[in-house]
Design a protein around this ligand. Structure first.
Ligand code: BUP
Length: 455
């Protein structure tokens, strides 16, 4: 007799960089005939999260929805004013509220797929319901391994000691401390506390799904799965690059403009959904893009949360720049469909913050990158991206925001990366490997099928 299809509860935490891969995993489960319930933490921080959840559920009408009203934030922590960090902490604290919501569904939930950022809050739910928990990591295998090893590194107060210039994790190339997020070294930082709480429960998972593919990070995946990092640790399950879900969201104006540009002629500039650049750096980047002489498409953000990002382009860039460069470049504020843009033949290079979704989206299309990481896992991501051969990370620029990088330097680097034919060829090959991995019978496809069979 045929088994009923598995019913998977998928639970994203906060931020577009987390919501996006979790929604993609949900869509992949649906395409493999699973029943899916999407748990949404309410209220979300950004307008982008709210619109994407609504549009996603409309596009996938078979997906069931459960809203989790999260507990109020803890009284403001002086260590952070970042609303996304406040949300991560509140979601973890609210995780146990899921047990009654998930115990009454029909058919019963057969597994939870939890965002790595909220797993400390939901692992108890999996125990209560006696179902397996899978974790979806939103970063590269290398940073995921570091996080997995963190309980061995932290002192009381959850911070890492900065005793040496690099940190050794068994089985892996050492981590230079300058590449790790500075908040890892601050005692009792609210976000580090969350990361450590999550990392302490990772061993409860059946496996850790990763938006990467085997040939992009072969050594790290082999080290973890060979038990060299943490003996007996749940397997890393590389299933990426995650396939885009079908959502027609975002400003469509760049597309007709891109249609008019020659192949591989445009620098696409986007620093992710939550990186606000200082006024000074915006002006230098503006000068750098103009000075490079290349065509550019720039998605500009000046605030962390999109709802507050209300300054007009003219205010930020000046009228004369917009007038002068109107045939050379396009600047937009607000959400674009990045996947669609990266798929356009006119894109030559992606100047990016190195958010892991962005790296995988570039890899899937063989687009060379120039990385300039502002925070979190992004320096480690940039290092992985560069080591794989997909692009360049200009380490001398430091964390984006740490100092103001001059326009001339940016212009020079952009010209250099745009004219690097060897890099372009290498990136093209990576694109081929990425697509092979997700084809039927490819490494990522096989891993995904196995996960679903085991549900
Ligand atoms: Br901005 C922007 N359109 O306008 P990352 C982003 N994206 O489609 P982040 C758009 O959001 P973290 C836009 O394609 C990617 O899938 C983009 O994720 C998409 O960076 C996602 O690249 C952004 O991981 O997240 O948002 O900074 O802080 O978690 O790295």
């Amino acid at each position: 007799s045929q088994r009923p299809p598995p019913h998977v509860a998928v639970f994203p935490s906060a931020e577009m960089g987390h919501l996006t891969p979790l929604l993609r995993v949900a869509a992949m489960l649906v395409s493999h005939n699973c029943s899916v319930t999407l748990i949404t933490a309410q209220p979300p921080v950004s307008a982008a999260e709210a619109t994407h959840i609504t549009a996603f559920l409309a596009a996938y009408p078979t997906i069931n929805r459960i809203d989790l009203q999260i507990l109020p934030p803890t009284p403001s922590d002086p260590a952070t004013s970042d609303p996304f960090v406040v949300q991560f902490e509140a979601i973890i604290r609210s995780g146990h509220l899921l047990t009654p919501l998930l115990s009454t569904t029909s058919p019963p939930i057969s597994a939870i797929f939890s965002d790595i950022a909220s797993v400390a809050g939901v692992c108890q739910v999996a125990d209560d319901l006696d179902i397996p928990i899978y974790i979806v990591s939103i970063t590269c295998a290398r940073f995921s391994s570091f996080v997995a090893y963190m309980p061995n590194l932290v002192e009381s107060g959850s911070s890492i000691t900065m005793a040496e210039s690099s940190i050794h994790v068994p089985g892996l190339v050492p981590f230079d401390i300058s590449t790790l997020p500075p908040f890892f070294f601050i005692p009792n930082h609210i976000f580090t506390n969350c990361v450590v709480a999550n990392s302490r429960v990772l061993t409860k998972a059946k496996g850790i799904l990763l938006n990467t593919f085997h040939s992009f990070e072969p050594e790290t995946i082999a080290a973890v799965n060979g038990g060299k990092v943490i003996p007996g640790f749940p397997p890393f399950l590389p299933i990426g690059p995650l396939k885009p879900h079908k959502l027609e969201l975002g400003d469509r104006r760049p597309l007709p403009w891109l249609d008019q540009q020659p192949p591989q002629s445009v620098v696409y500039v986007c620093f992710g959904s939550r990186t606000a650049m200082s006024r000074d750096q915006i002006i230098e980047l503006r000068n750098g893009l103009e000075g490079s002489g290349k065509q550019f498409l720039w998605v500009l953000k000046s605030r962390t949360v999109d709802k507050e990002d209300t300054e007009e382009l003219e205010e930020l860039l000046g009228n004369s720049f917009i007038e002068r460069t109107k045939h050379k470049g396009m600047v937009v504020k607000g959400w674009v469909n990045q996947e669609e843009i990266l798929s356009h033949p006119s894109i030559g290079v992606f100047l990016s913050h190195g958010g892991w979704n962005s790296v995988m989206e570039a890899a899937a299309r063989g687009i060379p990158m120039l990385a300039w990481p502002p925070l979190g896992d992004q320096k480690v991501n940039a290092g992985v991206m560069e080591a794989a051969g997909l692009g360049i990370w200009e380490k001398g620029w430091g964390w984006l925001g740490e100092k103001t990088v001059k326009g001339e330097e940016i212009a020079e680097k952009v010209r250099m990366v745009m004219s690097d034919e060897r890099l372009r060829e290498k990136a093209r090959k990576i694109g081929e490997e990425a697509n092979k991995a997700i084809e039927v019978g490819g490494s990522s496809d096989k891993v995904l099928r196995e996960i679903i069979e085991n549900l």
